[in-house]
Write a protein that binds this ligand. Structure first.
Ligand code: SF4
Length: 144
């Protein structure tokens, strides 16, 4: 891969609104609870689904995420943007996307920010991708 271009587009919520789960770390949980002014136990009871190896946000019935604020035009924003989970903050610089040119180019069909904005050096992109591996080691077992 060469250097990449990416710039998140104002009002776009396509990645947040896509079917899937938002996995979080213990640090994410603590930051989000503090941001909302509630205890970690309260946050966990209301928003978290935990298994032996994974922690993820519960999904509300009618949307992909409790914290996604969406208007009638299908645009919106993240209400916890300042403290959003690693998975959300590092997108689209995920290992499975930045390590394969064809996958990155295919992802551009789902993310209008890919291919826009300033160049991001591949070294920086890989550094961000490494945050994903560190945060969610169970998700990258074959390459650890
Ligand atoms: S899909 Fe891309 S441009 Fe849209 S909100 Fe997500 S990162 Fe930003």
């Amino acid at each position: 891969m060469d250097d990449l271009r990416f710039q998140c587009q104002p009002g776009c919520i396509q990645c947040c609104d896509r079917h899937g789960f938002v996995y979080i770390t213990e640090a994410d949980l603590g930051r989000m609870a503090a941001f909302l002014g509630i205890t970690e136990a309260e946050f966990e009871a209301k928003y978290v689904y935990r298994t032996a190896h994974q922690i993820r946000l519960r999904k509300p019935r009618a949307s992909q995420c409790h914290f996604l604020k969406k208007n009638d035009a299908g645009r919106g924003s993240c209400s916890v943007h300042l403290v959003k989970p690693v998975q959300c903050r590092t997108y689209p610089f995920w290992p499975e996307l930045v390590e394969y040119r064809d996958v990155w180019q295919h992802e551009a069909k789902k993310c209008p920010g890919i291919g826009q904005g300033p160049l991001v050096q591949i070294g920086k992109a890989m550094e961000i991708a490494e945050e994903m591996r560190t945060a969610y080691p169970w998700s990258y077992p074959a390459i650890r």
